[in-house]
Design a binder for this molecule. Structure first.
Ligand code: BTN
Length: 321
């Protein structure tokens, strides 16, 4: 049975009568519950005969979005919504150790020790972004774990496009890019033993409103608001979870070919001049990804290099000129 918050989550007026029928309680009892919600801080407008309408703003409160989920499993396990935590990845890793099922997740308004790739920190202020991690227990061999990172980037790019109508691209392996600037970073943490993946924590940091990223990153980062879109974060989340579930399903069923076509189409790395900084330092043209998800870069001497990790700058994207 839906709660009153779930019934009001559509943002339209719902009559007291409809609520009393669905909940099997009197109109007076509905009124009492509405009064309690108001006391908890929810802004609920009373519209006479039309009933009640929730002004939920951009809240990520699960009651406002779980009813909109279209997934089979993602978002349907344990769901933790916090005002503050160190890192949603750390939170979900702990949930995994305690046995939380595939599809469990954590969202936090504020992260006090948000983690970025390559040991960097990820600034995550309240209300301006979607700071979220999901627990996957995929049916994949350990060597396929890096491919899940490509799924996550694909899923977020697709979700952004579906919700905003913009055209998000992917910088290998998993930065989501809009207008040549980084919109979303993704951090995977994998627990595995030699022959099976125990769990994967997929953390996404999506910049939504102005103020989401620090001023000094202005030449590299962007947010949806700067790109002319200001969707509800819960809509982005619902679309992202569906897209991630679809991409991981496709990977489990068909391996990399299940996601490669869309990944290649959305890539701003493939076909571009790139500068790779990491275990190797090279400049060349990114030609393709191989079946392990590694980037294949051809240097000007004709040699083909497999890049497994590291920082890849793409000419014309995020300040590499
Ligand atoms: C990157 O450096 O590009 C990856 C950034 C990943 C940030 C997200 S925010 C939610 C989740 N929790 C973390 O501590 N990090 C990821």
């Amino acid at each position: 049975m839906r709660t009153i918050l779930e019934m009001l989550s559509g943002g339209d007026f719902v009559s007291g009568e409809a609520m009393s029928k669905e909940l099997g309680i009197s109109r007076a009892a509905v009124w009492k519950k509405i009064a309690q919600l108001k006391e908890q801080g929810w802004q609920i407008e009373a519209g006479g005969k039309r009933g009640y309408r929730l002004q939920a703003g951009d809240s990520l409160e699960p009651a406002l979005w779980v009813g909109k989920l279209t997934t089979r499993q993602l978002g349907r396990g344990e769901v933790r919504y916090l005002q503050e935590t160190t890192s949603t990845n750390t939170e979900v890793k702990q949930m995994g150790v305690q046995g939380a099922p595939h599809g469990s997740l954590c969202i936090s308004e504020l992260q006090t020790a948000g983690k970025g790739r390559l040991g960097r920190q990820w600034i995550s202020l309240p209300g301006v972004g979607l700071w979220q991690s999901v627990l996957l227990r995929p049916d994949l061999a350990p060597q396929d774990a890096p491919l899940v990172t490509l799924c996550a980037a694909l899923a977020m790019a697709r979700a952004v496009d579906e919700v905003t109508g913009l055209n998000a691209r992917i910088k290998w392996p998993n930065d989501v890019i809009l207008n040549g600037h980084k919109l979303c970073g993704i951090l995977l943490e994998v627990s595995m033993d030699p022959d099976r993946i125990e769990s994967i924590v997929v953390g996404v940091g999506l910049n939504v409103r102005k103020g989401a990223y620090p001023e000094e990153l202005a030449d590299k980062a962007t947010c949806l608001e700067e790109c002319g879109a200001l969707p509800l974060r819960r809509d982005l989340l619902v679309h992202y979870l569906q897209a991630l579930e679809d991409a991981v399903d496709a990977l489990e069923r068909h391996g990399l070919p299940g996601i490669a076509e869309e990944y290649r189409r959305r890539s701003c790395t493939l076909g571009s001049r790139v500068h790779v900084v990491g275990a190797v330092d090279l400049i060349g043209t990114a030609e393709d990804i191989d079946e392990t998800g590694a980037l294949l870069v051809r240097t000007d001497d004709g040699a083909l290099h497999r890049v497994l990790s590291g920082d890849v700058s793409v000419r014309g994207v995020m300040g590499y000129v």
